[in-house]
Write a protein that binds this ligand. Structure first.
Ligand code: ZN
Length: 226
């Protein structure tokens, strides 16, 4: 049954399948431990051939390690870049095959989005992704069974510096400063979903990392934070 057919046939069932599944996200990670002063930078929607190398250069210049939630079909087109991310010691996460909303995906399409994304990243990197993050944080009931099958935890975020509408680099740094706390998982975008997101992030990132250091925070990849 296609997603559209489900929607037409059973709106209440579909609401349970999508909205209802968010009860299951209580077992997912939204932040790290509040002990200590560690935070995680996470980058979604890449790899981007132009912006991701710049992000990697900035992280390297600051001696920082982070986590990249990659879109499978973008990873499949940029194998060398995916290997560069992994070789620098950053964690890799799966952000689905094509960034399709899981609220519009039936069980079969959900399985395809999760597994094809997982496999593309594993093939490009030479090791499977450690974490999963759903596009826009939207989940459904089929997702969690898929993730259990892959032994992959679902990780959301504590704070975003730019959501669905563009935010200037200066505003992004200010939002990060206001929302930061021990264990915060910051959600950033090194590639476009929102137009220009990658370029704005690259401009904001050096000041953001300096601000975090000045506030006494150290940066950790999710494998260390969680
Ligand atoms: Zn995304």
């Amino acid at each position: 049954m296609s997603a559209a057919a489900w929607l037409m046939a059973a709106p209440a069932l579909w609401a349970g399948y999508t909205w209802g599944s968010h009860l299951l996200t209580l077992g997912s990670a939204w932040r790290g431990p509040r002990a200590g002063r560690r935070v995680a930078l996470t980058f979604d929607d890449g790899p981007d051939p132009e912006q991701t190398p710049r992000v990697l250069d900035i992280l390297a210049a600051h001696g920082a390690t982070a986590t990249f939630f990659l879109i499978g079909q973008r990873a499949a087109r940029a194998g060398a870049l995916v290997r560069r991310i992994a070789a620098a010691g950053h964690d890799l996460g799966n952000h689905t095959w094509s960034h399709r909303s899981l609220w519009l995906s039936g069980p079969r399409e959900t399985g395809r989005q999760v597994r094809q994304g997982h496999d593309a990243i594993a093939q490009a990197a030479g090791a499977p992704p450690r974490f999963f993050r759903p596009p826009w944080g939207m989940t459904n009931l089929a997702l969690f069974a898929e993730l259990r099958g892959l032994a992959t935890p679902c990780v959301f975020w504590t704070a975003q510096t730019e959501g669905r509408s563009p935010a200037s680099p200066a505003l992004q740094v200010e939002r990060a400063r206001r929302r930061i706390g021990p264990g915060t998982i910051l959600d950033l975008h090194d590639a476009d979903g929102v137009r220009g997101a990658g370029a704005r992030l690259v401009e904001a990132l050096p000041a953001m990392i300096s601000m975090l250091a000045a506030e006494g925070y150290s940066l950790a990849p999710l494998r260390d934070l969680l």
